[in-house]
Write a protein that binds this ligand. Sequence first.
Ligand SMILES: [Zn+2]
Length: 291
Amino acid sequence: MPEGDTIFRAARTLHRALATRLVTGFESVYPALTRVDVDTPLAGRQVESVGARGKHLLMVFTGDLILRTHMRMHGSWHLYRPGERWRRPGREMRIVLSTDVFLAVGFNIPDAEFLDHAGLARHRQLDALGPDLLDPQFDWWEARRRLRAHPDEAIADVLLNQRVVAGIGNVFKSEILFAAGVHPLTHVRALSDETLERILTIAVKQLRANVTPRDRTLAPAAGRRTTGSLHPSQGLWDYDRAGEPCRACGTPITLEKAGLDARLTYWCGQCQGTRQGVGEPGNGDRGTGNR
Ligand SMILES: [Zn+2]
C-alpha cells in the first residue's frame, strides 16, 4: 500500500502539472465514471487543484466536480506528454485525464469515484480518517486519543489503521518504531503517553522528510529515507533488511508476518526491546539514542 508521503508527492506533482489546465478528454474503464463524463462532460472544465487527504487523492474540477481515487496496493498515477510512450501496459489503464500539455494516467487504481463538494463533505471513508501526519495543522491530541482507543492491539497494527492516523504504510511502520525504540508487537496499553508522543513526533518527522525534496517521480518508495544517510542502500533502518545487521547495534534484523493481514514487520530485538509482557511502560525508552 502506498504510504502517505507517496500520495502527497503524487498529488503535489499532479497539481503542478495540471492545475489551471483545461481538460480536453476523459477515458476510463469504469462505467460509473464514464457515465458522469457523458452526463456532465469533463472536457471544457479546468483542473482547480490536486490534493491528498490521507491516502485519498482528490482532483478538483471547476463546476463542482471532484475525482477521488485511492491507490490501495498497486495503483499509481503517471504523467505523460501527449504521444509519449506509457511505462505500464495499456491493459492496466483505469483512467486517463487529458489536457493540452499533459496526460494523467491512472494505472491499476481500484477505487475511484466522482463526487461534488457536498458528497465529499459527507464521505464516510474520508470522514473516518484520523489526523493526517502531513497536514501542517496535525492534531496531536486527537491522534493520541485515537491511539489510546486501541489499547489491546499491537502498536504496529494501530499505526497502519488510517482511522487512527492517516499516512503510515508498512515501510514507515517499521521505520518509525525502530527510531522510537519500540517493539512493534507491544500493545498500545503498555506504552506511556511520552512514548506515544515520541512515536508521533518521529512519524511526522519521517513522513515530512520524505516529501520536502523536489521530487518529480510518482513511483512508490522512490528514494525513501529515514536514517538520514544519502547512500541509496543505507536509507532505511530495518524495512526489507531481514537477517542483515542492525545499523545501530549489529544484531540481525528480525522479520515476522504479524497482525490481521500478516503484514511484514521488521525489528531489531536489541534496540527495540523484547515482546516481554507485551511491553512494559518504558520498554520503548531504551536504546533510542539521538536517532
Ligand atoms: Zn539494533
